[in-house]
Ligand binder design. Structure first.
Ligand code: ADP
Ligand code: MG
Ligand code: MG
Length: 209
């Protein structure tokens, strides 16, 4: 699926898409949280970009590890450590690989989910980033099982995340700041789930072009 320079290209594209959607993400967080999610993500991914620009990476694991550390170090909100953990867990699955296959990609999504669950003490259905990430993983896993090609699997992951994001409108927030508004969170998309959909969408689009 991807050599290291393409992984870097895909993550840079994801960072650009986050930057382009900064205002939108902040508005989503304004409705049910403290209105800083776009700012947090933009800041975090600008440091990921810096890391990717300045670093030289021996392995995919190294690349994800340093990107994850940039997110943990530079984002104050809940989302920084959680996305950071996702990247660090992804890194642990990649070991000394210098190329990522579509199966590796699905595996790293699974590891990211486990990492976020543990770090966030959260689970599916609590109106968090997990509610985009889990359906994305499941759709990707199913597409792999069906023998779909790389672009089709990436597309399935993207669509799974978007479907999951849409479904977060119906959920009551149980974790993070949005849990303070409780039932009033119904009718609004979760900002962290929106970021997941943007990132996974950007990765799919990068490899489809
Ligand atoms: P903060 O809530 O600290 O202001 P952000 O606004 O950047 O941080 O991020 C909010 C997002 O973080 C939420 O929309 C949700 O997706 C995610 N989130 C918050 N707490 C948790 C948790 N315990 N587990 C998983 N995701 C969480
Ligand atoms: Mg916030
Ligand atoms: Mg905040």
């Amino acid at each position: 699926m991807a050599e290291l320079n393409q992984v870097i290209g895909a993550l840079n594209h994801a960072a650009d898409i986050i930057e382009n959607n900064k205002q939108h993400l902040t508005e989503l967080d304004g409705a049910i949280g403290d209105g800083d999610h776009g700012i947090n993500m933009s800041r975090g991914f600008s440091f990921v970009k810096k890391t990717l620009d300045e670093g030289s990476f021996e392995t995919a694991a190294d690349l994800f590890k340093k990107s994850g550390m940039a997110l943990v170090a530079h984002v104050g909100g809940a989302s920084g450590p959680l996305f950071g953990t996702a990247f660090l867990r992804a890194s642990m699955t990649l070991k000394d690989k210098t190329e990522i296959t579509i199966e590796d990609y699905i595996n790293l999504l699974k590891a990211s989910i486990e990492g976020i669950k543990m770090r966030g003490k959260s689970d599916a259905g609590e109106k968090t980033m997990l509610d985009a990430l889990i359906p994305a993983y499941e759709a990707g896993e199913q597409a792999v099982q069906q023998g779909k090609n790389t672009v089709e699997v990436l597309q399935a992951v993207k669509e799974g995340s978007e479907k999951g994001l849409k479904e977060t409108e119906k959920l009551v927030a149980k974790k993070g700041r949005a849990s303070y508004v409780g039932e009033r969170s119904i009718g609004h998309q979760d900002p962290g789930a929106a970021s997941v959909a943007l990132i996974l969408g950007a990765i799919a689009d990068y490899f489809s072009e």
